[in-house]
Design a protein around this ligand. Sequence first.
Ligand code: NDP
Length: 256
Amino acid sequence: MGNPFDLSGRKAVVTGANTGIGQGIAVALARAGADVALVGRSTASDTQSLIEREGRKAIQIRADLSSIAPTGDVVAQAIDALGRIDILVNNAGIIRRADALDFSEEDWDAVVDTNLKVLFFLTQAVGRHMVGWASQSGERGKIVNIASMLTFQGGIRVPSYTASKSGVGGLTKLLANEWAAKGINVNAIAPGYIATNNTAALQADENRNRQIMERIPEGRWGDPADIGGAAVFLASRAADYVQGHILAVDGGWLAR
Ligand code: NDP
């Protein structure tokens, strides 16, 4: 049976792979043996060269995932370049901050569309493809959604983000229910505080940074590579019996 974490020969699509957590995941999947399609609005990042250095293939797909318009084309381009899609990591996401009393419809729609609506319809397009080859090959497709601590907690001043990430948790369970028997595992990762561009302002705020570090049992910010390890597990044969699970990778934040 070999190493159950080995992803050699597997073909992955990672959204938002140019930066932060998406880059950490894409590189980790490549180190485990996968070829990776990197999806984002820009193609200006070093993710591709980091993957090629691992001896794996990386292709870039430029797409704006703020609407569902490009989702079919993203799937077609990935299949064209890689042959098929075994693994989808839905990582692209945005956040907007304001009090609930002042929150605008624009900030609601922007976040919920990117983080939840597009995630669903991209997953639907990939799922239709996976169902076809999984039934023929006996290999399982793997979907990994990037959720958040705010899948479990309320947060503050981020109403559309909290709603979108709670939705990602619910959808992960629904899709696991519907697709387990079709040969697809659907799971999620809920990252804690991870040091990326997204959280740069929090890291730079001395007081908030200290409060956060004191509250994390591990006593440090997470690194994108910490999320990469969890993604490799959920994308691998080692997790064939893991379904509809939301794996917190948070240095113990939720345990507190
Ligand atoms: P980054 O801002 O570094 O990454 C977000 C990625 O999403 C970017 O690479 C961006 O790519 C992509 N993206 C955003 N909007 C679009 C769009 N319209 N179309 C295509 N791609 C898009 O932040 P993180 O790495 O921190 O966040 C990654 C994920 O992790 C998000 O879903 C976030 O909610 C989640 N998360 C992060 C936490 C943290 O502490 N950092 C904690 C919990 C969850 P490009 O600019 O190329 O389009």
